[in-house]
Structure formats: C-alpha cells, structure tokens
Write a protein that binds this ligand. Structure first.
Ligand SMILES: [Cu+2]
Length: 268
C-alpha cells in the first residue's frame, strides 16, 4: 500500500471479517423489524423483499465505514504530549478506486433489482377492473366506469384477486393515493391522469391515506377501503345509485384530452 511508511499495512482481513460480522448483526436486527405491517397485495411481498435487500446492503456500507472510522481513531490517535500537526497525506489510489467501485456496484445492483420489481408489479393485466379516483381538499371519491360511472364518496370497494387500475384525477392540488397494506403510492396531479396498478390479495378493511401534504385538512383526508370477494363487490356496486357528479366527469374528459394516452403505471 503506497501510504506513508508510518501507517504500515492495514489489517485488511481482520477489518473485513469485523465488517461482515457487524453487517450480520445489524441486518438481523433491522430485517426482523416489521417496518411495513400487513401485506395485502401481490406487490407487497416483492416490495418488502426489495427493502430487506437494501437494508442488508446499507448495513454493509454502514459497518464498513464504522470499522474504518474506529480503526483510524484508535490506531492513529495522538500519543500523550504530541502537539505536532498531522502528516500531510497525498492520497491513496487503491482506496479511492475501492470507494468509487463498491458504491457504484451497489447502486447499479439496486437500480437493476428495483427495475425488475417495478416491471413485475406494474405489468398490466387485460382482465382488470378500472376505478376512477377523485381527490380534492379533503376527500376521496370513486367511480366505476365499467358500471355506468356509478359513484361513491369516502368508501372504496374492490374485488379480491383482481387487478385494479386506478385512474387518478386531482381536482385542486397534488394529493397522493396510499393504502399502506398494498404498498403502492401514487401522486394525483391536477390536469393529468395518473395510474396505479394494484392486485389486492387479502380480504379485509383498510384505510386509504393521502400521503402528500395538501393543506390544513391533509391529516384527515382518508377513506375506507373494503377488499371483498368478487360476487359481494358486484352486489355493492349494483347497490350504488348516485352517478358521478358533472364537475368530476369533466375532469375525466379534460384529463384525457390534455393527456390523451393516460400516463402509464410508471408515470408520476
Ligand atoms: Cu390530500
């Protein structure tokens, strides 16, 4: 190693083993924590796996930095009575190559893996149900275009094990659609249609949360979500009598005109 002679050779093997041991301990603790709660869509386990892999990689980087930091603090500490300045060090080519190459590999791996997961979870299915989502300060409402645009405010029902394509229409400011158990989050942007693709795979009652700070009432901008067997869902939709109000229908038409090919699932 072309460092100044006083530093001698670094105990690379020992440092690496310590780093790996620390990575194992930190990863075990961090992965054992249930960060995201119940999984209730086909996307959820894939997203949680991705998160766990990123936690392990982050634990490795953190451990490596900590081991090198504490080694340097201990090994190169000033001797008692030493008032001199530290030696000027020019650089270390091998170290610089390592700290460029390792993060590059980790980031590229993360990007590739995320791309793969995103492709899988956003793959459109021909046999899907379309639901229009309307967001405005501070309420959610829903329309079912396949069922004559019947409309419901504050409560969303969807069939289990069917792909749902949510077409989002913000009426005023940017809101964001999030059902934590489904994991998927999608911005609702005034003037364009954004799409979220979700396949709920667990029957139950959940909560839709606005996850974009949208004004004073943001924290209360919630809606009830019910995932139920398809026959039950069909009955619920048939029971809806209200048609989508005109201003909301206009936003559907307007969004489609200003954005003729609705943004794909990969959009905003
Ligand atoms: Cu909102």
């Amino acid at each position: 190693m072309p460092a100044a002679p006083m530093y001698g050779r670094l105990p690379i093997v020992k440092m690496l083993l310590t780093t790996i041991a620390l990575t194992v301990v930190i990863s075990a603790v961090m992965v054992s924590i249930d960060w995201n709660g119940q999984e209730a869509s086909t996307a959820a386990p894939k997203i949680d796996d991705l998160l766990n892999v990123m936690i392990v990689l982050s634990s490795f980087v953190f451990s490596l930095v900590m081991v090198m930091l504490f080694y340097a603090l201990y090994k190169f500490r000033a001797k008692p009575g030493d008032e001199s300045d530290g030696e000027p060090i020019h650089g270390n080519t091998r170290l610089e190559i390592a700290w460029t190459l390792i993060p590059t590999i980790i980031v590229l791996f993360g990007a590739g893996y995320s791309w793969k997961v995103l492709n899988e979870i956003e793959k459109p299915n021909k046999d899907h149900v379309t639901v229009d989502v309307f967001s405005q300060q501070y309420a959610w409402s829903f329309a079912f275009p396949g069922k004559g645009y019947v409309w419901k405010e504050g409560e969303l029902h969807v069939p289990v094990d069917r792909q749902i394509q949510f077409k989002m229409h913000a009426q005023d400011v940017i809101h964001s659609f999030w059902v934590p158990e489904w994991r998927i989050k999608k911005d609702n942007v005034p003037g364009i249609t954004t799409t979220a693709i979700v396949t709920p795979d667990r029957v139950g009652t959940y909560q839709l949360v606005c996850t974009e700070l949208c004004g004073f009432g943001h924290a209360t901008m919630r809606a009830k979500v019910v995932v139920e067997p398809e026959a039950k869902w069909k009955k619920w939709v048939q029971g809806l009598t209200e048609k989508t109000p005109q201003p909301l229908m206009e936003s559907v038409v307007h969004d489609a005109q200003s954005n003729p090919t609705a943004l794909g699932a990969g959009g905003a």
